[in-house]
Design a protein around this ligand. Sequence first.
Ligand SMILES: Cc1ncc(COP(=O)(O)O)c(C=O)c1O
Length: 390
Amino acid sequence: MSNLMNTYMQLPVTFANGEGVWLWDEAGKRYLDALAGVAVCGLGHCHPKLVKAICKQAGTLIHTSNLYHIGRQEQLAGKLAVLSGMDNAFFCNSGAEANEAAIKLARLYGHGRNIDLPTIIVMEKSFHGRTMATLTASGNRKVQAGFEPLLTGFARVPYNDLEAVAQVGIHNKNVVAILVEPYQGEGGVNVPQASYLQGLRHLCDQNGWLLMLDEVQCGIGRSGKWFAFQHSGIVPDVITLAKGLGSGVAIGACLAKGMAADVFKPGNHASTFGGNPLACTAALTTLEVIEEDDLLRNSMELGDFMRSMFKAQLAGLPDVRQIRGQGLMIGIELSKPCGDLVKEALKRGLLINVTSDNVVRLLPPLVMQRNEAEQVVNILSAIVKEFLMV
Ligand SMILES: Cc1ncc(COP(=O)(O)O)c(C=O)c1O
């Protein structure tokens, strides 16, 4: 009997320690991690450089307050600005909070333009978090049901449908922004048409809307570039980050550019823990290691390698609908619900996830090597084949 609130359907395992792409449970059984704490542990587990940096920072200064200047935070904002092309950053502690900041920023931007009921266009099958605003923004009834009344100020359209967005713009003069995942994660590892973000950028430019990209899952190297939008050649107005940014030390960020970067004024938004020296050190070290170890290239190449290996091993199976993704964000869509695969993989020492009922999702650490990736594909392909035979 546990004293935890009943919010998670937990798998029957407790991990005791980890190293690289491997985890060990309390009985000493070893697991190959193809999920990385759901896109968090890009550097794998307990990367020595990260461990050293956070231990050193913990012994120097952990937290002061945003009432004072924080050197590590300013350094991190500068680094993220260089990598993303944004102008400035607000730091918080999670993806939901980063999106909450973006939603508030968009509303304030709207009020600044004399729009009293600002509306944000959001997508079907999207996921933006579990706070009231972010679950309202999410395109999934399961995360909303029971929490009504939801917020107003959102207009929902199908993902990957530019015409639907244009239509909202024609009929609703209160639109101030679009909030969208460049690649949808929880919604089933959905990859839109190549020109989708360009089309959204064009609509935003025409209408004076902010283009706000939720890169909480697909950012920080996961797609094979620092940020997923960098595959499309456009520049957004707002980017939200969390997950992979701190390698497991909680940190989120809302980055902004141009007009969007000047919206917040003192008193508009805040976070007690946001951007403390410890979290910022974890993030700075994460970015450093990604650069030094050429992990963007690894993410791009290994992702392509794994998708082509899966395509070869699962070829000809009519119940395998599609193998898709970008970089180390990999989805295998089956024609039937396949949640049971997670337990079967766990038994065989492999950590995977199933999302949207019928999509096997892999989010391996960016440090994964080819031979480890081969093991993931071999174990998982065998399990999928057995599952589809019965
Ligand atoms: C795209 C996206 N946005 C936001 C979130 C929410 O992040 P957090 O759980 O850190 O609040 C997630 C989490 O899965 C996500 O995938």
